[in-house]
Write a protein that binds this ligand. Structure first.
Ligand code: ATP
Ligand code: ZN
Length: 300
């Protein structure tokens, strides 16, 4: 048997906004990696998982062609590839299986400050510069607008200044780049975050079990990220009010306090961050000896 076949290959962005988050998340799932000399592969030392470091735009194709079993990439890139394939009459051979809650951004149309915009009709018979021709074409078609997408591979925001387009369609997160270029966001096409995609090629039981395990661990890592374990003492009579104040917690553990009939200890996992305001409100409700601890791992 060829054992290399039993290793999972995950395509990850080589250098860019998603790189650190992707590798960090996999490391928090327990994976230890060493980089190859040419910096193109990270070999898993303690799990049969290797990371292929590539350009983000190549990730859906690598997963589709079954070169990699999984990929971590922005939904914007996934949807663009899916629509390009669809517009060519073919189908991307991958499926989206998990959202990772980082790399948040949106694909939006933006207008130069001096160009009037009064709803999608204002785009009629204009040129729109973008790297996302598939997504833009889909949006124009759905809104029955006749406009011309102009492909730019980068620096889309300077297209209006160069006289190459009337509007642009690009990724936005804070909006700082748009403002710096005198552009205003006018329509949102897609909300995006990093996702895990899997090849549609059958993986076999052993590999699929490993993929399921990674996804379960990723889920655990994401769940604990903002989770806190909170411990406090309180009068028994304040229990109902305190439960209301505990953010995102399920059934708390309630214990008697030795030597005190009317005071109890309450322990709870809160699935949201616990802010100072929450602690102050709990204290005002009668809680004392408040302790908030980070949660390292969680397996539901
Ligand atoms: P590559 O060299 O891999 O092609 P790139 O320049 O296309 O890199 P990055 O700028 O690193 O890509 O962005 C990678 C992904 O990060 C985007 O596809 C998107 O999903 C996400 N992202 C989050 N915020 C932003 C933003 N403000 N601008 C661009 N991308 C963002
Ligand atoms: Zn790219």
């Amino acid at each position: 048997m060829d054992h290399s076949e039993q290793r999972i290959k995950i395509a990850v962005q080589k250098t860019g906004r998603l790189t650190n988050h992707s590798v960090d998340l996999l490391e928090r799932c327990g994976l230890k990696v060493t980089k190859s000399k040419d910096q193109l592969i990270c070999y898993g030392e303690n799990m049969p998982i290797d990371l292929l470091l590539v350009r983000d735009d190549d990730i859906p194709g690598l997963v589709s062609d079954d070169v990699c079993d999984l990929g971590i990439v922005g939904l914007n890139v996934v949807e663009e590839k899916r629509l390009q394939e669809e517009q060519k009459g073919s189908k991307g051979m991958f499926k989206q299986i998990f959202e990772l809650d980082f790399g948040h951004c949106r694909l939006s149309i933006a207008a130069p400050e001096n160009v009037p915009y009064d709803g999608p009709r204002s785009l009629e018979n204009t040129r729109i510069a973008t790297s996302y021709v598939g997504l833009l074409t889909d949006y124009l078609k759905k809104n029955d607008i006749n406009a011309e997408p102009v492909f730019f591979s980068g620096a889309v925001e300077i297209a209006p200044k160069l006289g190459r387009a009337d509007f642009i369609c690009d990724l936005v997160s804070s909006g700082g780049t748009l403002r710096a270029n005198g552009l205003t966001e006018v329509a949102e096409l897609l909300q995006s975050e990093a996702v895990v995609i899997q090849t549609l090629a059958p993986l076999g039981d052993a590999k699929q079990a490993l993929v399921d395990k990674i996804i379960q661990r990723l889920d655990g890592v994401l769940k604990v990220r903002d989770s806190k374990y909170i411990m406090l003492h309180a009068p028994r009579a304040a229990l109902a009010q305190i439960r209301e104040l505990l953010p995102g917690s399920e059934a708390p553990t309630v214990m008697p306090l030795e030597g005190s009939d009317d005071r109890i200890a309450i322990h709870a996992v809160c699935r949201e961050n616990v802010f100072w305001e929450t602690l102050e409100n709990l204290k005002a409700a009668g809680a004392s000896s408040l302790l908030v601890l980070p949660v390292e791992k969680m397996l539901a």
